[in-house]
Design a protein around this ligand. Structure first.
Ligand code: PEP
Length: 254
């Protein structure tokens, strides 16, 4: 049975003590809600990772992730953070390919394929984001865009390596906009992604892959989205900064 995940993406919010305070609230509230094969992942800024990972040790269903890691193993890249450094904090996950990284930092599929390799080599589990812009959807290119993000970003992996990934479908037009994809729109793309994975690897690999939805997910729409056959949870931006909202989204599994 594939893992069900609700992952929070704090983005570039919260100073050190604010992050610790929010996490303390969140872990106490979510730990009893996430049961069995459900997992909660908090993807914080780098400055929080080590402290949060230490706190998360006491909670079986809570893990920590970073929001980026560099493609090189180490070296003269002033200001960057390597996958090995992220892993050494106790973090387990790393978000790669978020549309804000693609848009503001010029990260393309080719670079993301290398970042994925480096993250996997260092024992991190990538939460690999894909999704189309509004323009691409209106031009009816969304299936092609998503397929090329998969093919160029992660389909070079062998089945074992691919099996450690979590995918997140995040339509760019739904991120931080308050506009959510309808559950039909999201399910249609998730089913498409799973079909592409089955064609590339096998039905067994496709059935085992966790595919999250992200884009203005909130306590009101989470249950309907998570109730779809191919949606295995969410990647949550804005609502992950409010402990009550985030917990209510985790509860939406039940
Ligand atoms: C995100 O940044 O991954 C995201 C889904 O943001 P929001 O929930 O705020 O739309």
């Amino acid at each position: 049975m594939r893992k069900k995940i609700v992952a929070g993406n704090w983005k570039m919010n919260l100073d050190y003590s604010e992050g610790l305070a929010l996490f303390s609230e969140v872990v106490n509230m979510v730990n009893d809600e996430a049961t069995g094969n459900q997992q909660v992942v908090v993807c914080s800024p780098f400055i929080h990772l080590h402290s949060l990972a230490a706190l998360a040790k006491g909670y079986s269903n809570v893990a920590i992730g970073a929001q980026n890691a560099h493609q090189a193993e180490s070296g003269a890249y002033t200001g960057e953070i390597s996958a090995k450094q992220v892993k050494s904090t106790g973090a387990e996950y790393v978000i790669l390919g978020h549309s804000e990284r693609r848009q503001y930092f010029g990260e393309n599929n080719e670079l993301l394929a290398t970042k994925t390799d480096t993250a996997l080599k260092n024992g991190l589990k990538p939460i690999f984001c894909i999704g189309e812009t509004l323009q691409e959807r209106e031009a009816e290119k969304h299936f092609n865009i998503i397929k090329s993000q998969l093919v160029e970003g992660v389909f070079h992996l062998d089945a074992d390596a691919f099996g450690t990934l979590v995918l997140a479908y995040e339509p760019v037009w739904a991120i931080g906009t308050g506009v959510t994809a309808t559950s039909d729109q999201a399910q249609e793309i998730h089913a498409f992604i799973r079909k592409e994975i089955a064609a590339k690897y096998s039905q067994a690999v496709a059935d085992a892959t966790t595919i999250l939805y992200g884009g203005s997910c909130n306590p009101k729409n989470a249950a309907e989205l998570f109730g779809c056959a191919d949606i295995d949870g969410g990647l949550i931006g804005g609502a992950s900064l409010k402990s009550r909202d985030f917990t209510d989204i985790v509860k939406a599994f039940n």
